[in-house]
Design a binder for this molecule. Structure first.
Ligand code: AMP
Length: 410
């Protein structure tokens, strides 16, 4: 679990600001739910056979009440809230959330025990147009941030076609058990789809020739998948079909997708999602189709770092260097003026040597410094020093805000 210090937070704010602006353009509205939920919600919603629930969840007793858990993902809680507040009566809903999730995983680069997700959920629309819009929105988010992770797409079928496929897959895996790792052998019985996801080198030849669900989709799933592919083509969203892409959670049907990046090393997924048409009903709500994704903020920040794009900085436009008490009073007055005009500025409230104050101005990345003392306070004029070029210009202090305000056309 990490501290995210002020120097890194600018990057996070950039990601969250961009996501909020973009999601609003698509009609998604923010929901905030608790980080603690009943254990049973995840057991039912995510699935007891999943690693997330049975190995990684932080579970605790709350003094004789029902067992609770720190949320390992955001969908189950969002669906609970959707049901609890009867949100379905208002027609289809598009919601998003931003917040911490908790999984007791082995920490490594890009994998932490408290991490942060930006997730979206769309309720009430079963049509492939929603899948297309949502995947395109995520693609749009990456573009706005100037990165291009690769999109992989698959269909994981539904209750019509998946059971027969699972039986065939289990049979195939059991027949080839000798060539599989312990994890794969263990999962063959419990969660055979996850076997396809195994990254162990030795398992790859067997998994490469495993039966593919995309070749065995029922008519409904096939039509849905083709419409999603066509819709993404129409919007110019590039993707690669990956027949072995599965999602870690039980509730997914039909569309599954993931964005991955080489910049991340072994934990290459930056976002993943899919359709979960049965989940709302499973958790006690009315039958309601849904589709959503979650994006890892730590991993997106790592990709942005690796791309070399500078984080937007919170730097003061002006740093006031004060040489006496009169200068300090003047600086506080002028700083208040600038802040009212929306211009970030600062001063060293301790006063002290001008040299040390200039150093501080440099350290915080100020664009300009203004030296203020008794004579400047009296004349109302001071020198504006460009911290980069070192050029100085004399100006009226009353015109400072106007001078620094970016021009409307700029
Ligand atoms: P998932 O809910 O497992 O599909 O995860 C969705 C996204 O959350 C992943 O693509 C990652 O970007 C991120 N993520 C999942 N688990 C972790 C973790 N332990 N640490 C950091 N990011 C994670």
């Amino acid at each position: 679990m990490n501290d995210i210090l002020p120097g890194a937070v600018a990057r996070w704010q950039q990601i969250e600001r961009t996501a909020r602006e973009l999601f609003a353009l698509y009609g998604y509205r923010e929901v905030r739910t608790p980080v603690v939920e009943p254990y049973a919600l995840f057991a039912r919603g995510v699935g007891e056979a999943t690693d997330i629930v049975n190995k990684e969840m932080y579970v605790f007793e709350d003094k004789g009440e029902e067992k609770l858990a720190l949320r390992p993902e955001g969908t189950a809680g969002t669906v609970r809230a959707y049901i609890e507040h009867g949100a379905h009566v208002d027609g289809p809903q598009k919601w998003f959330y931003i917040g911490p999730m908790f999984r007791r995983e082995r920490p490594q680069k890009g994998r932490y025990r408290q991490f942060h997700q930006i997730g979206v959920e769309s309720f009430g629309v079963a049509e492939p147009a929603m899948d297309v819009e949502q995947v395109a929105m995520l693609d749009d988010l990456f573009r706005r941030l100037g990165v291009v992770p690769a999109l992989e797409l698959n269909s994981v079928g539904d209750a019509v076609c998946r059971p027969a496929y699972l039986a065939e897959l289990r049979e195939y895996l059991a027949r080839n058990a000798a060539g599989l790792c312990d994890d794969c052998r263990d999962r063959t019985g419990k969660n055979p789809l996850r076997v396809l996801d195994c990254k162990v080198e030795g398992c790859q030849p067997i998994l490469a020739s495993a039966p593919r669900l995309v070749d065995r989709l029922c008519e409904g799933c096939r039509g849905h998948f083709e419409a999603v592919e066509k819709g993404l083509d129409d919007l110019g969203v590039k993707y690669r079909l990956n027949p072995r892409l599965v999602r870690g959670l039980d509730y997914y049907v039909r569309t599954a997708f993931e964005f991955t990046s080489d910049a991340l090393g072994s934990q290459s997924a930056v976002a993943g999602g899919g359709r979960y048409d049965g989940l709302v009903e499973t958790l006690g709500g009315p039958p309601t189709p849904g589709i959503g994704f979650a994006l890892g903020e730590e991993r997106l920040a790592l990709i942005l770092e690796a791309s070399g794009r500078p984080a937007p900085e919170d730097r003061p436009e002006v740093f006031f260097v004060t040489v006496d008490d009169a200068g300090r009073r003047e600086a506080l007055r002028r700083a208040a003026e600038l802040r009212r005009a929306g211009i970030p500025c600062d001063l060293d409230a301790r006063g002290g040597k001008a040299k040390a104050q200039f150093k501080q101005a440099e350290r915080v990345g100020a664009r300009y410094a203004v030296v203020l003392g008794q004579s400047e306070a009296e004349s109302g004029q001071a020198k504006l020093k460009d911290m980069q070029s070192r050029e100085e210009a004399l100006l009226d202090l009353s015109g400072l805000a106007a001078r620094l305000r970016p021009s409307p056309r700029g």
